[in-house]
Design a binder for this molecule. Sequence first.
Ligand code: ASP
Length: 347
Amino acid sequence: MSPEKREKTSILIIYTGGTIGMVQHLESGTLSPVKFDQILKEVPELNKFNYNIKTIVLNPVLDSSNMNPSVWVKIALIIKKNYNTYDGFVILHGTDTMAYTASALSFMFENLDKPIILTGSQLPIGTIRTDGKENLITSVEIAAAKQGGKSKIPEVCIYFDFKLYRGNRTVKRDSEQFSAFHSVNYPALAVAGVDIRYSDEFIYHPENNGILKINTRFDDNVVILKMFPGISEKVFNSIIDIPGLKGIVLETFGSGNVPTSLWLINCIKKAIKNGIVVLNITQCEGGRVIMGQYETSLELLNAGVVSGKDMTAEAAITKLMFLLGQSLSNNEIKMYLNKSLRGEISE
Ligand code: ASP
C-alpha cells in the first residue's frame, strides 16, 4: 500500500531474538530465545496507539552473540522490502551486540529518511519486573513520531532505559543495570519522561535527499587489536601476519598512544606497506585520538595510521568491514574512515 493511501501510522517490528523474548529452560536454567511472534498479546498496551503494527520474526531467532554480517544483511533487506509500507521500524535485538548491529545498519543505509530503532531488555518480557515493555512501547512511539509530515528521527538509533541514542555512538556498558547503554561522545537524541523530549539539534539528517540505497557487502578480514602494557612482538607480529588480513582497529591508550618500541613501529609500518589499513581508536570511554599530541603517537601518524578520532570500537570495526566491502582504493578507505558518513565521528 502506498504511504498516501494509509490512514493509520504503520510500524514494523522485526524480532531477531535476545533476552526480551527469551525463556528459561527448566533443566539447564539457561536462557534462550523463543519465537515470540505474539508481541501484541504480550504487550497489549501497544494496541492503544491505534497504529497498524506488524511483526516479522527472524528465522532462526538469535542470542545476539551469534549475530554476524549475514544477519545484518537479512535485517536490512527486510527493511528495504517494507520501506514504503511502514512509517518506522523497531528491531528487537539482544543487548550484547546491539551496538554493532546498529552501527552496521547505519552504514548500510544511505539517504535514510525513516527511523530504525533497536531495543531489547535486560529481563525477558514475560517476567514481572521486565524493562522490555517500556523499551518496546516507547521505541514504537519514537518510530512513529513525525514533524511536518516527515519522520522526526531519520536515523538508526538505540532506545534503552528512557534514552534514545544514535546507534553508531552507543556502547553496551552494563550487563546487569537497566541502563545498559551509553553514548559518551555524543548527546542523547531524546529522553523519555512524562513527555519524550527530543534534542532536535543533535538529530542527523542525510545531506542530500536522494533515494534510499543499501550497501550489503562487508569484508571480515579485520581484527580489533587492543594494546596492553607488555604486549609482545611475537603476539603483535602473528596478528599482522594473518593471511588475507586487510584492516586493523588498533585500540590504543589515552589519546592514541602506543609504546615507542622500535619493533612495534616496524610491525605497523610492515602492515601498512602490505596494504593493511590501520585505524587508531582509544580504549577510553570518552575523548578522542589526537595523533602527534604525544611522542608515543607521532610515529603512528608518520607511519600512515588513520585517526579514528572519537569513534566507538563498534562503529570503527563495522565501518572498516563496510568500507573494505565496497570497491574502494586504500586511499579512499582511509579518507572515509576519517570523516563522518552517518554522524559516527566528530570531525
Ligand atoms: N545474551 C543476550 C543477547 O544479547 C543478552 C540480552 O539480550 O540482553 O541476545
